[in-house]
Design a protein around this ligand. Structure first.
Ligand code: NAD
Length: 491
């Protein structure tokens, strides 16, 4: 297995079905957030490495696309079986490189498996349509792959986010090149190994490690037809602009600032538990994490339960590690400055002692910045840590106005026991994914994952039905079978 030999060496790219050394002499250490230990060095690949990957992909893709769709998707059944067999080892690998808890890693793998299952159903869901459009004249739609496509992914879900894209893209007959986060590149090589073991032909899936240089090379490369990107808004915007300027399809998902609204008729215990999981899951390092709580009217009893539950969480046991020193400094910076402009730091995660955690890791407890104004930096910026900002509101409309004014639009949720209030909020929230009594409203397959506004560039979603259209193009074939000589405008 690849896992053993990779851990202390410079990683290789995966091109044409085999490990290939990068031409670059630039590398970055891959550091375990839990321990601070250097696990490997990631090569920062060059445009020449990318060229080699595109060449291998372009050579392999036509034969792959020639296979019937029903044959291509067989690989997903085998991959699912391998992943389920290796669930614990894969979860350990994700936890090792990313720092999230083992339970969180396992959950992310199971979610990735759902994406494989959905793609395995492509023969059923992507069947084209046929209609007799005029006497003896038939129109049908056929789907064609785009050719060689690429995906660029963030550090926070190194196994799941790549699998949001890969099954759909390769299932539809494309060859896919993955550029994983240079901070968490190990899971990408596990995906390569699993797909190869599952029977995917060489060249159809490649991994090219690297940083900004290789991302720009992907955007510019004339041999790449489409790019899927998931990461921060700053980079999503750049990748979208650069990739589309080079004539590619680009779907780029960005960052988030998710608002949860709590109204007085919310169930206190359920709301408190659910809000806390949303804020602290993956130590707040997920794009669906609750970030701002809009407290409408008298909900003090619920806020107090939230505070108690967050205070009871232990860093290193209930909360995983923070990815790197820069992220740690960014999050603690917000806490250092929290009390500016009248806000109160009512729970301070900087005090957390990670008793059960290995030494050398970066841990933070959960924090609450309460009584913040809507223009406080903690109310506006994506902090990406286990921190909840609370803004007090007089009415649901005031809460909605704050949610609507934020530039992001990934998720928004309301806690209420009133159907009418829930519907009122769902109709007006400016977010692509809305929760009612659920703080991480991730739509499961066959529903699609994707935000709005500055959380998404290029329209459509990254998973689900619109991904079928993104990773393929349709051909409309019009045929006249009848021997009739009658002439009309379709003759
Ligand atoms: P990031 O934007 O820093 O990195 C994402 C990818 O872009 C990486 O592969 C990285 O190598 C590359 N990259 C980084 N800087 C670049 C630059 N200047 N030019 C070109 N490429 C560059 O994101 P991250 O820190 O790895 O991940 C966290 C971010 O991802 C958060 O903002 C989070 O909200 C977002 N995210 C969004 C979703 C979503 O579905 N919307 C899902 C997961 C994560």
């Amino acid at each position: 297995m690849m896992t053993q030999s990779l851990t202390v060496e410079t990683l290789t790219n995966f091109i044409g079905g085999r490990a290939v050394k990068s031409a670059s002499d630039r590398t970055l250490p891959v550091t375990a957030p839990l321990t601070g230990e250097v696990l490997a060095h990631a090569p920062l690949s060059t445009a020449a490495d990318l060229d080699a990957a595109v060449k291998a992909a372009a050579e392999a893709q036509p034969a792959w696309a020639d296979l019937p769709l029903k044959d291509r998707v067989q690989v997903f059944f085998h991959a699912k079986a391998i992943i389920e067999d290796e669930l614990d080892a894969l979860a350990e690998r994700i936890t090792e490189e990313n720092g999230k808890t083992l339970a969180e890693s396992r959950g992310s793998i199971l979610r990735a498996v759902e994406c494989l299952e959905f793609a395995a159903s492509l023969p059923q869901i992507a069947a084209g349509s046929v209609l007799e459009v005029s006497r003896g004249v038939e129109c049908k739609t056929a789907r064609a792959p785009l050719g060689v496509v690429a995906g660029i992914t963030p550090f926070n879900f190194p196994f799941m986010v790549p699998l949001w894209m890969i099954p759909m893209a390769i299932g539809l007959g494309n060859a896919f090149i993955l550029k994983p986060s240079e901070q968490t590149p190990l899971s990408a090589l596990e995906i390569a190994r699993i797909l190869k073991e599952a029977g995917l032909p060489d060249g159809i899936f490649s991994v090219v490690h690297g940083d900004r240089e290789i991302v720009e090379a992907i955007c510019d490369h004339p041999g790449i037809a489409a790019v899927g990107f998931v990461g921060s808004t700053r980079v999503a915007r750049k990748v979208y602009a650069r990739g589309t300027a080079a004539g590619k399809r680009v779907r780029a998902l960005g960052g988030a600032k998710n608002h949860l609204v709590v109204v007085p008729d919310a169930d206190p215990e359920m709301t408190a538990s659910n809000v806390v999981s949303s804020v602290t899951g993956c130590a707040g390092q997920r794009c669906m994490a609750a970030s701002v709580l809009l407290a409408v009217g008298d909900v003090e009893h619920i806020l107090e339960r939230i505070r108690e539950k967050m205070a009871a969480l232990r860093a290193g046991r209930d909360l995983g590690a923070i990815i790197n020193e820069r992220a740690y400094e960014r999050i603690t910076g917000y806490l250092d400055r929290a009390e500016a402009n009248g806000a109160r730091l009512t729970l301070d995660g900087r005090d957390a002692v990670a008793e059960d955690a290995p030494a050398g890791g970066r841990y933070l407890g959960a924090s609450i910045i309460d009584h913040a104004s809507p223009d406080h930096e903690a109310s506006c910026d994506e902090i990406f840590g286990p921190t909840l900002t609370i803004i007090r509101c007089q009415s649901l409309d005031e809460a909605l106005a704050i949610e609507n004014a934020n530039p992001y639009g990934n998720a928004a949720a309301i806690y209420t026991s009133s159907g009418g209030v829930a519907q009122y909020f769902a109709d007006r929230a400016s977010a692509g994914m809305v929760g009612v009594n659920i703080g991480v409203p991730v739509p499961r397959e066959p529903f699609a994952f994707g935000g709005w506004n500055d959380s998404s560039f290029g329209g459509g979603d990254i998973t689900g039905p619109t991904a079928i259209d993104f990773w393929s193009k349709t051909k409309k074939i019009t045929t006249k079978w009848s021997n009739e000589h009658q002439s009309n405008w379709m003759s």
